[in-house]
Design a protein around this ligand. Structure first.
Ligand SMILES: [Zn+2]
Length: 309
């Protein structure tokens, strides 16, 4: 029996699957579930994850103008954050090519980033003028920083990080009073996760090392002097994630030629529409976006009203 890497609790086999999304190898990986804290974790991550982030993982634009083409479809991200934090210093961990970083700059934030991909870091620094740290160890970078951030954002990056709870603790320590941590991640409690099982594309083994549920985040927050102020599976990105995974699922079943791949994507998208009334219900969607908010003053968390949305 393998103990939970977070709480050392008892665990059980949840599912086994190869790399169904990128097919880098035929190795079968095993996801386990902790009875104590509810965390899902990859029991046997490869010693070197590098090859699983294939060369097409990031498409680095030639300049900011090319990046701007991607920004309108992600506008909801900065709009969502600004409901909780409207200005100040922002750090994104795992920004890739920096669509959100650019939106945050446009909204007036001073933007920092921690990114493991060298080409992305060069783009962030040279084309966007962002203070970007090149590292695959965000905990180490955060512990050395003296900056205090008003917002620290993980847009679908937290589940990729080893010992992500240490990253969260380091991020919590770098928050200014009243600052927020934004986390967007796959929802292990999604309707799709139940019906698709091992073939759910959002498991994305072995790149996703963990499945982190909203209840897990709520408990972690309560233990770390920060509140879960907001969580939804109904923001624009999460709802897009619903359709995306049905399309991915169908594409994964189709032959690898271009026509079959295109048709299966369309068919998957159409099939996904059948489930829309169910998947659009709060809590059942494929992904979530959550906001953790630090107290405005040390020790004042219990006296603050919880914001309703
Ligand atoms: Zn556990």
């Amino acid at each position: 029996m393998q103990a939970c890497p977070y709480c050392a609790g008892e665990t059980r086999d949840l599912l086994s699957a190869p790399d169904i999304n990128r097919r880098v190898s035929n190795t079968v990986f095993h996801l386990r579930h902790c009875h104590e804290c509810g965390l899902n974790f990859l029991a046997d991550p490869p010693a070197d994850l590098g090859p699983y982030y294939t060369s097409d993982y990031h498409h680095v634009p030639k300049d900011r103008a090319e990046l701007e083409e991607y920004l309108p479809m992600q506008r909801f991200r900065i709009d969502l954050l600004r409901q909780f934090c409207s200005a100040g210093k922002l750090l994104e961990i795992g920004p890739s090519i920096g669509q959100f970083c650019a939106s945050a700059q446009d909204a007036g934030f001073t933007v920092h980033a921690i990114e493991m991909d060298a080409a992305c870091v060069s783009f962030l620094r040279e084309k966007l003028g962002i203070t970007a740290y090149h590292s695959d160890d965000p905990t180490g970078v955060l512990r050395k920083l003296s900056v205090r951030f008003d917002a620290i954002c993980f847009w679908h990056s937290l589940e990729h990080l080893p010992k992500f709870w240490e990253v969260l603790c380091a991020a919590r320590a770098c928050l200014a009073p009243g600052g927020v941590i934004l986390i967007a991640a796959p929802n292990p409690e999604a309707f799709q996760a139940r019906v698709m099982g091992a073939s759910w594309p959002h498991h994305d083994l072995p790149r996703h090392l963990f499945g982190i549920s909203i209840p897990w985040l709520r408990r972690w927050a309560a233990e770390n002097d920060i509140e879960l102020a907001f969580a939804t599976t109904r923001d624009a990105g999460s709802i897009f994630g619903n359709r995306f995974s049905w399309a991915m699922k169908f594409q994964g079943l189709a032959p690898r030629n271009a026509l079959a791949q295109r048709l299966s994507w369309r068919l998957g998208t159409l099939f996904g529409r059948l489930w829309k009334p169910l998947e659009d219900r709060e809590g059942l969607g494929a992904c979530y976006t959550a906001i953790l908010r630090a107290p405005a003053q040390a020790g004042s968390l219990s006296s603050r009203p919880v914001e309703k949305h």
